[in-house]
Design a protein around this ligand. Structure first.
Ligand code: PLP
Length: 444
């Protein structure tokens, strides 16, 4: 393959009008009508539609209770309070995730110990969980990171053995399966973000699911004063009327109205995305330098709607070509590919030095009897991740002629990689970001 690379003045590869292949969320007439109906009836702050949405979402997962929240962050905060996280408690969380997976525990007087991730799934490493358990550990926070389900068999086994609770953060993997069972149905409680960039996108929203009535009611009293009449547990009923957390976390009904419609069309959208993304990776199978994030065939593990999925980069198969140079060449071809992902959280000063609540010491250790920052230890996979992964175009539609251009760009760059070595200045030290950029999420 001796075509001139676009970075050296050759023709670009990705040229076609992308049409709506990256358009997200997909809004239909039913959603528009549902929003207008809420608006015209002035039902934005009511809960009737939200309750229907909660029920539908819980049923989809075969779970008993759903609690519609105004953000995924709120759903996580409610989950932590729901399972009784309090002063001095520790949760074990992967360092490679979005900050809301653990940061809300600070406000409960609790703290976080970070675990590394596995190099292939990019999800929490069960061996490292075991190393991080102390007598203060209360829960394991599992993130199905960038749509790839975590190793739930081993994680649930560890939780059982050490009597720990499991919280799932399913903000990246709505509808994905782990060995045939939906993610979000393994732990005691699960939180989902449903903000506009996520795969189950219904506005600015989140939802919590649980089968445990007490967790549901504790989460309700934490930030939903209007649910007082639903409470059945005595110690909660006795304190009903005001939200114990001092928060107001109710879902906006324009979001729950969109959510009810999204429940109807999500399975077909997920199927189309899965088809498009598998078509993309099938075409690239066997090329040196890159690997798909796909679980093994016939494992019963699926990628759901492939939220912000990442490709793996193997520099050693391309004579040490830097991922930055590799992606630069792809961008010159017209494919908007960037290296890296979320930065590992333990690298941020909020998890080492910052005193958020005026405790006179870093919040991370404000309620600890030992310096748990040292427990993090070395997290080699999380620390080195920025040069090992790249953002993949997130195709929402199965348009083979457009996807073919992207795979042609990869084939062209990989087929001519030797020419890129000469002017390769290596990777900058500041790859990665604290949150997923709009660019990474939209693919364009
Ligand atoms: C987006 C996200 C959240 C937070 O959800 P919001 O709806 O933005 O508050 C939590 N965890 C993960 C892993 C996320 O990606």
């Amino acid at each position: 393959m001796k075509e001139k690379l676009a970075i050296f003045g050759g023709d670009t590869t990705v040229k076609a009008d992308p049409k709506d292949i990256f358009t997200w969320p997909i809004v239909n007439k039913e959603m528009e009508d549902a929003v207008l109906d809420v608006l015209r009836k002035g039902k934005m702050s009511a809960t009737d539609i939200t309750k229907e949405f909660e029920q539908g979402y819980a049923e989809w997962h075969g779970m008993k209770y759903g609690l519609g929240c105004n953000t995924g962050t709120a759903a996580l905060h409610c989950s932590f309070f729901g399972i009784g996280i309090g002063k001095g408690d520790e949760i074990i969380c992967p360092s490679l995730t979005y900050w809301a997976s653990c940061l809300p525990v600070y406000s409960l007087g609790a703290t976080v110990v970070f675990a590394d991730v596995e190099p292939d799934t990019l999800c929490i490493d069960p061996d490292d969980i075991e190393r991080k358990i102390t007598d203060k550990t209360k829960a394991i926070l599992v993130v199905h990171y960038c749509a790839r389900p975590a190793d739930m068999d081993r994680i649930m086994g560890i939780a059982k053995k050490h009597n720990l609770k499991v919280i799932e953060d399913v903000s990246h993997a709505h509808g994905a399966l782990y060995k045939g069972k939906m993610v979000g149905t393994f732990g005691e409680v699960t939180a989902f973000s449903c903000m506009s960039g996520k795969s189950f996108a219904i506005g600015e929203a989140g939802i919590m699911l649980t089968n445990d009535r007490e967790i549901y009611e504790r989460a309700a009293i934490f930030g939903f004063y209007e649910r007082a009449p639903e409470l059945t547990i005595d110690y909660l009923k006795a304190g009903a009327g005001l939200p114990w957390g001092g928060y107001k976390y109710r879902m906006h009904q324009m979001s729950s109205a969109v959510g009810r419609e999204q429940l109807k069309k999500y399975p077909s959208e997920m199927a189309e995305i899965d088809k498009a993304m598998n078509y993309f990776w099938d075409a690239l199978e066997g090329l040196p330098g890159i690997r798909s994030p796909r679980p093994p065939k016939d494992s019963g593990i699926t990628m759901g709607a492939w939220y912000a999925s990442l490709g793996h980069y193997k520099t050693e198969e391309l004579d040490g070509l830097s991922i930055s140079r590799f992606c630069e060449a792809l961008r010159a071809e017209g494919a908007s590919i960037f290296p890296g992902c979320n930065r590992a959280l333990h690298q941020h000063p909020l998890f080492s030095d910052i005193d958020v609540y005026n405790d006179g010491k870093p919040t991370r250790i404000a309620n600890s009897n030992q310096d748990i920052r040292k427990l993090d230890g070395v997290l080699p996979v999380s620390d080195g991740i920025q040069t090992k992964v790249f953002g993949v175009p997130w195709f929402k539609k199965f348009y083979p002629e457009i996807i073919d251009e992207y795979t042609a760009a990869f084939k062209k760059v990989i087929g001519n990689y030797k020419e890129l070595l000469a002017e390769d200045t290596g990777d900058p030290t500041d790859l990665g970001r604290w949150m997923l950029s709009a660019k990474a999420v939209s693919g364009k």
